[in-house]
Design a binder for this molecule. Sequence first.
Ligand code: SF4
Length: 340
Amino acid sequence: MNKAYFKRVFFEEQALDYPVGKAMYDKLKVQGYDIGLLKSHNRVTGIPGKSARESFFQGKNTLVVGVRKTLDFAPCKPSAHFQLPLVTGCQGICEYCYLNTQLGKKPYTRVYVNIDEILAQAANYIQQRQPETTVFEAAATSDPVPVEPFSGALAQAINFFAHQEYAYLKFVTKFPSIDSLLDLDHRGRTRIRYSLNTDRIIHDYEHRTAVLDERIQALSRLLEHGYPGGVIIAPVILEGNWQEEYGHMMDKLAEALSAYRDIHFEVISHRFARKAKSNILDVFPQTTLPMNEDKSRSYKFGQFGYGKLVYNKALLQEIKSFFTDAIGRHFPEAKIDYII
Ligand code: SF4
């Protein structure tokens, strides 16, 4: 199981009215956590932090247990129809994480206890779209796996989707605490993807997450238990001898998983927005993430007016050829969803 890094836990008082909330409270208390109570929803006071860096790390060390009030699910295009909001935030500290610009200056993890209400709302969406199939993504604004041993929200969702003829669930993680999911009767309706990278990139940029071998091992156990699986290789960073390092990663993956056919691959090259770059530099002033705006990058305009610096066309083509070849060689029956 992955280590929990939370140094402080807050409960919204209302969360204790739900059996899941009460059970979490008791579990965390027994484990010795110091628990504060919050009177009002959405006002989390008591997280220290003067500088941007201190606020960030203190936020990352904080768990809030609350009630999800907004039951309008955000869209999740293009990979799913809706986000499934069970958790927001993540205890991991990936320097490039897209959440770093989304969750405010103190990015705490928030777990919701009104899981029945959230799933009832999912049922409404499914019904409205029937007979179309509706896909839900449970990791759009979080990595929900590290808190699963406390909340059991994913297990409940997997059980729910097992009985939905017109829907699928998926989520992605970098953490190995999936033991409680293995024996569920999932009926193949939840696809669990692991986000992978080279040992060096994990070590340099993905702090407080599981090492590569642990991620591969967890994915292999899920596949063994019949789950449809997936691999997201992201962000692909073209540093040093990248072909050799990603080649080594693919070899390890093939060694562990070549017996399985139903694996989807997604490959995403490193990109950054200028705003994200300045936030990253505030929190990680010594970062070695490659964010130079030099010839290796092109500016790509985004949907909402602000763009991103992506690798230039020639480098993107190299990434495409490399991964198409490596995946095709090791996993001839796997599906490549995209390489971007
Ligand atoms: Fe962000 Fe995922 Fe890293 Fe968590 S594990 S910090 S969600 S990139």
